[in-house]
Design a binder for this molecule. Structure first.
Ligand code: SF4
Ligand code: SF4
Length: 127
């Protein structure tokens, strides 16, 4: 499951993220991170069975946790399967198969590169 977490500035000097992984024995994949010295925001892929425990641990340190329900939607009426968006996708979540555009949602990091790159407007972010 994908979740986003946001640290307040007061928590930046503590190893809360790594402690959460160790204490809850959770496998976490960091899909995206923004660290600017003021706050930290991360998009994470957390194993489904551990999400609740992992989330509760972080919330105990006042870290904001949100479940991500958004995803890329392909309007197949508009898409002409040109493949242009595939080269803009950093994780290869978008790919061509048998001359048809496909999406592997598990690989999508919600960067929106593809939306900006589709010249016919066939892609959008949906809840
Ligand atoms: S760039 Fe647009 S039209 Fe081309 S394959 Fe991607 S979604 Fe379809
Ligand atoms: S939002 Fe980013 S990662 Fe997801 S399909 Fe589009 S380009 Fe790929």
């Amino acid at each position: 499951m994908k979740i986003s977490i946001k640290y307040p500035s007061e928590a930046l000097d503590k190893p809360i993220f790594s402690t959460a992984i160790l204490k809850t024995n959770t496998k976490v994949n960091v899909l995206r991170a923004t660290i600017d010295g003021v706050s930290t925001e991360m998009l994470l892929d957390v194993e489904d069975s551990k999400v609740k425990k992992f989330t509760e641990f972080l919330q105990g340190y006042d870290i904001k946790v949100s479940e991500i329900r958004q995803g890329i939607y392909i309007d197949t009426e508009l898409c002409i399967d040109c493949g242009a968006c595939c080269s803009l996708c950093p994780t290869k979540a978008l790919y061509m198969e048998a001359n048809s555009l496909k999406l592997d949602e598990s690989k999508c990091i919600l960067c929106k590169n593809c939306i900006q790159g589709c010249w016919v407007g066939a892609l959008e972010m949906q809840d």
